[in-house]
Ligand binder design. Structure first.
Ligand code: BES
Ligand code: MN
Ligand code: ZN
Length: 494
């Protein structure tokens, strides 16, 4: 796994400022005021910081952005990053300030002079943004061994307190990085079996991990899921991760679409951009990263993570358009388009989750439809829910973590688009409302009385640009939201 930045909180010692090597990040309020240690730094540089703060450029900065001063007088450090941040910033803004520093830092030792400010959130942002998936940059690495600083020092007035408050966030960073690595991995490396093995290794953390092979899936009747993987040399797997942190209360079930590569199958996709379909296991990646974070921070909650790992390939054995498959529920599905495969996988996982675990709530995540990107672009995931309380909790959790999420409608009226001439339902509903008909399809596999939400993360899993807290590439969108949802729903009682 990509190793997170090692962050060390230590006491502020102004006498050591001149000798700090590499780069220093410091903060000034939106009105330009600096705290005492920062003013000391200003004096050492003969007022470089106050000149910067007085400049037009500083005035124009948004909060959580900064400017960079090179070769400051009076310091050994070669770079000084001056970030605009309110005296009492809200947590997400402080986090973004940390992200800004990580995005602009050079490959040199880093010291952040955070003082009394929201050091823990700044550190969290720093860690989240300091991610680089460079396992395959072999040539670059041999030239320049240290790709990125591997550690950072944060100077605070209360180091022990900050370190203690950072522990859970460190677990989250690991969860997010685990998800990003999985999503960034190419499909020749992250096959269904390799993915399952990486999840199996999480037993070490105290998770119970069950890996279901094809024969067992056959016995369970997961024919819709198995049909998707039939064209691949890589066998299908379902992995069930159990985190038992709260006695015998009914668990929350997290369910993820794990299509390790989606060619479209016989309804093959156009060549252009097909390489992006290595990210079609993003839902499974988020479930895995969340389970990892919950285990690392020993959450007081019962959570089951279930992922369906399949590869959608065209082949002589692949399913065809027009095939009719029987789902685990027993309903028959006419497969009009083999590229609408995610819903076939999820249909069986949703049913399995309800039959085996009677969850108090069930949340699935999937890079399910291109139509979701047309609707909401890359800034917000769309979610659907049959339960207003769950929907509101989910929206609140996402807002609290600064992860965009927007509720979309479910409505029986859309079911007409899924009527099949031959079977109980067909797997596509035409172009209009493509994300909604996909959700309506899934809802058919949700029992009355099960609180359920479906999050279509097609647009947010691998956006075309860097985001505030992630470099270009996989974002890990959803790990923070789900972790917060679990915290608020399961762990805040009593
Ligand atoms: N994995 C894709 C959806 C997708 C597209 C995710 C782009 C991320 C980026 C999914 O399996 C798919 O192919 N959906 C089809 C459904 C259609 C055939 C009804 C789509 O969106 O075109
Ligand atoms: Mn597809
Ligand atoms: Zn897909």
């Amino acid at each position: 796994m990509t190793e997170p930045l090692a962050i060390k909180f230590s006491e502020i010692d102004t006498s050591a400022f001149p000798a700090i090597e590499g780069q220093i990040a410091a903060f000034a309020d939106t009105d330009g005021k600096m705290d005492l240690p920062t003013r000391r730094l200003d004096r050492l540089t003969r007022g470089a910081l106050s000149r910067a703060v007085g400049s037009d450029a500083f005035g124009k900065l948004k909060e959580a952005e900064g400017m960079i001063l090179s070769m400051p007088h009076g310091l050994k450090a070669e770079r000084l990053m001056l970030v605009k941040l309110a005296r009492r910033p809200d947590p997400l803004t402080a986090r973004r300030a940390g992200c800004w520093i990580a995005a602009k830092m050079a490959r040199k030792p880093l010291t952040v002079l955070s003082g009394a400010k929201a050091a823990v959130e700044i550190a969290f942002g720093l860690a989240l943004r300091a991610y680089e998936f460079d396992v395959y940059k072999v040539a670059k690495k041999s030239e320049d061994n240290a790709a990125m600083p591997r550690e950072a020092r944060i100077l605070v007035s209360n180091p022990e307190e900050a370190a203690a408050a950072s522990r859970d966030r460190a677990a989250l960073v690991e969860g997010v990085f685990f998800t990003r690595d999985l999503v960034n991995e190419p499909a020749n490396v992250l096959s269904t079996t390799d993915f399952a093995a990486r999840l199996g290794a999480m037993q070490e953390l105290g998770l119970d991990v069950e890996i279901l092979q094809e024969e067992e899936l056959e016995k369970l009747g997961m024919r819709a899921l198995l049909a998707v993987g039939r064209g691949s040399e890589n066998p299908s797997r379902v992995v069930v991760m159990h985190w038992h942190g709260d006695g015998d209360v009914p668990p929350v079930a997290l369910i993820g679409k794990g299509v390790v590569f989606d060619t479209g199958g016989i309804s093959i996709k156009p060549a252009s951009g097909m390489e992006e379909m290595t990210m079609d296991m993003g839902g499974a990646g988020v479930v895995a990263g969340t389970m990892r974070a919950l285990a690392l921070r020993r959450a007081r909650a019962n959570v089951i993570g279930i992922v369906g790992l399949v590869e959608n390939m065209p082949d002589g054995r692949a399913q065809r358009p027009g095939d009719i498959v029987t789902s685990m529920k027993g309903d028959t599905i006419e497969v009009i388009n083999t590229d609408a495969e995610g819903r076939l996988v999820l249909a069986d996982l949703l049913w399995y989750a309800q039959e085996h675990f009677a969850p108090s709530a069930m949340i699935d995540l999937a890079t399910l439809t291109g139509a979701m990107i047309i609707a909401l672009g890359h800034h917000k995931a769309g979610f659907f829910a049959n339960d207003d309380a769950l929907a509101e909790a989910l929206a609140r959790a996402a807002a609290g973590e600064g992860e965009g999420a927007w509720r979309m409608p479910l409505d029986k009226a859309y079911d007409r688009q899924l009527k099949s001439r031959l079977a109980d339902i067909k797997n596509v509903g035409g172009r209009p409302a493509g994300s909604i008909t996909a959700a309506q399809f899934l809802q058919r596999f949700v029992k009355d009385g099960t609180a359920w939400a479906h999050i279509d993360i097609a647009g947010v899993t691998l956006p075309p640009e860097a985001t505030d807290c992630a470099p270009k590439g996989a974002t890990g969108w959803g790990v923070l939201t789900l972790d917060r949802l679990i915290r608020e729903r399961c762990e805040s009682k009593g």
